[in-house]
Design a protein around this ligand. Structure first.
Ligand SMILES: [Zn+2]
Ligand SMILES: [Zn+2]
Length: 242
């Protein structure tokens, strides 16, 4: 069983490299897709659920929930995906949000100094019900915006990034894209980059009534903040051992 799992991981990693090379080869675009998304091949509309699991003590639950809903709407403003809340955990075709520490049941612990968060790619290729789930590392301090400066991270930026994974996007090479794998503690989410929009619209149908205006990459505050590499946690989120 363990050997089989290891083999599958290697296969999937190779798959990512192939897909990545194909996407990167498009001139001017740096986004990388991981798979066809929840809707399968082609750019289709989609509907799915989200669920609020364990909250963080850092923020009022009502503020966490509104921020996560806002992060979902960032993506649904540019692609035709409808998100509906469910009060039941562990549903198929659902993004379960939770704040966790250490080992939390999926085989990818979130420890102090580790990844800020991880999000599981869609099912398939991930199995249900872990596909799409997003886990925030509660060893870090969370904020909305940058009210706590360099000691905390903007929940909205990280949520938008992880939801991007949950919808099928891998990391972008564009340093101004929200799908870039690192973030500063002083960075605040403002809008998707044109590269993020091109990436998600290569997986799903474009939102019909969208008034979204891609803005050039906002000037990222590279100066002061601490950079954290999502890489390790994000690479591992591609396959659950659950
Ligand atoms: Zn997890
Ligand atoms: Zn990531």
């Amino acid at each position: 069983m363990i050997k089989l799992l290891y083999f599958r991981k290697k296969i999937l990693f190779l798959f990512i490299l192939v897909v990545g090379f194909t996407a990167i080869s498009k001139p001017g675009l740096a986004y990388v897709i991981h798979d066809d998304g929840w809707d399968g091949p082609g750019q289709n509309s989609w509907s799915m659920s989200y669920y609020f699991g364990t909250m963080t003590p850092d923020l009022a639950p009502v503020d966490v929930k509104s921020t996560l809903v806002s992060a979902l709407s960032v993506w649904s403003s540019v692609v035709d995906i409808t998100f509906t809340e469910t009060i039941s955990a562990n549903q198929n075709n659902a993004i379960d949000f939770s704040f966790v520490t250490g080992n939390h049941g999926d085989g990818y612990p979130l420890n102090p100094g580790g990844a800020l968060a991880h999000g599981f790619f869609p099912a398939p290729p991930n199995p249900e019900t872990i596909g799409g789930d997003v886990h925030f590392n509660d060893n870090y301090l969370w904020e909305i915006g940058n009210s706590l400066g360099g000691s905390a991270f903007d929940l909205k930026w990280v949520a938008v990034h992880e939801i991007g994974h949950a919808l099928g996007l891998n990391h972008s090479l564009n340093g101004s894209a929200v799908m870039f794998p690192t973030v500063s503690s002083s960075t605040v989410f403002s809008s998707l980059h044109a590269d993020d929009i091109a990436g998600i619209q290569s997986i799903y149908a474009t939102a019909t009534a969208s008034a979204a205006v891609p803005e050039p990459g906002t000037i990222v505050l590279f100066g002061i903040g601490i950079f954290l590499v999502f890489g390790y946690g994000c690479r591992r989120r591609k396959l659950s051992t659950k």
